[in-house]
Every structure is written in structure tokens, then in C-alpha cells.
Design a protein around this ligand. Structure first.
Ligand SMILES: Nc1ncnc2c1ncn2[C@@H]1O[C@H](COP(=O)(O)OP(=O)(O)OP(=O)(O)O)[C@@H](O)[C@H]1O
Ligand SMILES: [Mg+2]
Length: 238
């Protein structure tokens, strides 16, 4: 699903964010990306959905060389990738529905279809009843769940989540992780960036550790207690 071959990224201005990173992720895997602040986690995710281009090396997603993709083909790539950003990026003056129906609208689906997809995605995160709320009327955990619903609305093959549990209390963090594990169970490949070591231990999946832009470790942890516990009752389908 993902193949990085000797990827380096240097931002204009000289900062080297990634150096010679290579790894493969197979379809349906759940991979945790970790490392200290500034290690390159967000940069690596950005390369995967082509918000940034590699300075050298190759980034392949579902067989496509993402770095070499002509700009007009980028929307096709993004159609198959759901992204949960580090800071949610919800638009405050738009309702939950308007925030998450952006992609179906872009794809030209009619109003009824947009609504159906939005309700379905919100149901998966336990928030179908908040369709008409504004982000500022929601708690941090609810906003994060809306951001996940937005990423899921197109049923992506690949889900990228950048610190999806940052700033959430441990119980909400657990719920978010259960949601992501549920996506994996449905066949989605999931890459989640986090520096929460306790959470990583409880998830117990494959962990890629970045250290100042280099891939320092690629290990598979023994199963944690979270995957076994199933979907959190708070976000069970309504
Ligand atoms: N747009 C940019 N322009 C220049 N340098 C950048 C840019 N974005 C990130 N960097 C630099 O690249 C390096 C990696 O940053 P990145 O955001 O990928 O780290 P991170 O692992 O996601 O950190 P955090 O845990 O704080 O989110 C850092 O040194 C950062 O300062
Ligand atoms: Mg980051």
C-alpha cells in the first residue's frame, strides 16, 4: 500500500526534515509513527498525501509514484486517502454537516447522497445527532471525532491520522484509537502519528520510530489490551 524508497525531505531554507527513509506498509496494516517533536512525523504524512514533495527518493501509494504525479491527478490520489490533521482543521462557521460533506460535494454527489454519506460517517463515530452543530459547540473529543468522520466519508483505502489523540484525556484517546482500529478491521490501512508511549504500548502494533528525520526503529510490539476490547460503548453505532 505504501512504499518509501530512500526518501529525503529538505524544506526551503535548509531544514532537513527526513533523511534516507525507506519502509513498506502492506494493505490493511495498522502502523504507528512515533518520535520526538520535530522528528519528521507530520512531514512524512504530508508526503503520502502530496501536500509536500520529496527532495529525493520515491513515495509510492497504492502503486502510484506520488511525487511524480501531475497536479491534475492529485485529487484522484486524495480520493482514496482520508486525513485527520494534527489540529483538526474544522471550519468554525460551518456546521458539522458542511464540514464533512466537502468531499462528496466536490465529487458532485447530489444533496441527498451528501447527507446520507455524512450521516453514515457520523454514525460510525457516534455523532449522527450533531449534524447541524457548529464545531465551537462541541467538546474537543467530539471535534476530533468529526475530523475522523470527515476522513472516513469516502471510505478511503488509506487513513492518515496525525496526533489524533493529542490534547485528549486518556479515555477519549482510547475511544479514538478504537475507532481507528475499527477502520483497520474493515480493511483500511491506517498510519497514525503519536508520541504517547503508553498509548502505543496499549495498541501494540507495528511502530516506526523517527529520530531527527531518520528511521531509527521498525518493530512490531506484542498485542496490547486495546485491540481486544472492541469498540468503545460511547461511540458504538447508534
Ligand atoms: N513548512 C516547513 N518549513 C520549514 N521547516 C519545516 C516545515 N515544516 C516542518 N519543518 C521542520 O521539519 C522538521 C520536522 O517537522 P515535523 O512537523 O515533520 O515534525 P513532527 O515529528 O511532526 O513534530 P511534532 O511532534 O511536533 O508534530 C522540524 O525541524 C520542523 O521545524
Ligand atoms: Mg507533527
Amino acid at each position: 500500500m505504501i512504499r518509501l524508497h530512500s526518501v529525503s525531505k529538505r524544506y526551503p531554507g535548509g531544514q532537513s526534515a527526513l533523511s534516507d527513509v525507506s519502509f513498506d506498509v502492506s494493505r490493511g496494516q495498522f502502523v504507528i509513527l512515533t518520535g520526538a517533536s520535530g522528528a519528521g512525523k507530520t512531514t512524512l504524512l504530508r508526503l503520502l498525501y502530496r501536500e509536500e514533495l520529496p527532495s529525493s527518493g520515491q513515495v509510492l501509494v497504492a502503486g502510484r509514484n506520488v511525487g511524480a504525479l501531475p497536479a491534475r491527478k492529485v485529487p484522484f490520489l486524495r480520493r482514496n486517502i482520508g486525513v485527520v490533521f494534527q489540529n483538526f482543521r474544522l471550519i468554525d462557521r460551518k456546521t458539522v454537516f458542511e464540514n464533512i460533506a466537502y468531499l462528496p460535494r466536490l465529487l458532485g454527489h447530489d444533496g441527498a447522497r451528501q447527507k446520507r454519506l455524512a450521516v453514515e460517517a457520523l454514525r460510525r463515530v457516534g455523532l449522527a445527532h450533531r449534524l447541524q452543530a457548529f464545531p465551537w459547540q462541541l467538546s474537543g473529543g467530539e471535534q476530533q471525532r468529526v475530523a475522523i468522520a470527515r476522513a472516513l466519508i469516502n471510505d478511503p483505502e488509506l487513513l492518515l491520522a496525525d496526533e489524533p489523540t493529542g490534547n485528549l484525556d486518556p479515555d477519549l484517546a482510547r475511544q479514538i484509537v478504537l475507532l481507528l482500529l475499527d477502520c483497520q478491521r474493515r480493511g483500511t490501512t491506517v498510519v497514525m502519528a503519536t508520541h504517547d508511549r503508553e498509548l502505543i504500548r496499549r495498541i501494540g502494533q507495528r511502530v516506526l520510530t523517527l529520530d531527527r528525520g531518520r528511521l531509527a526503529q521498525d518493530e512490531t510490539l506484542p498485542p496490547g489490551d486495546l485491540p481486544a476490547s472492541g469498540v468503545a460503548p460511547e461511540v458504538a453505532p447508534e
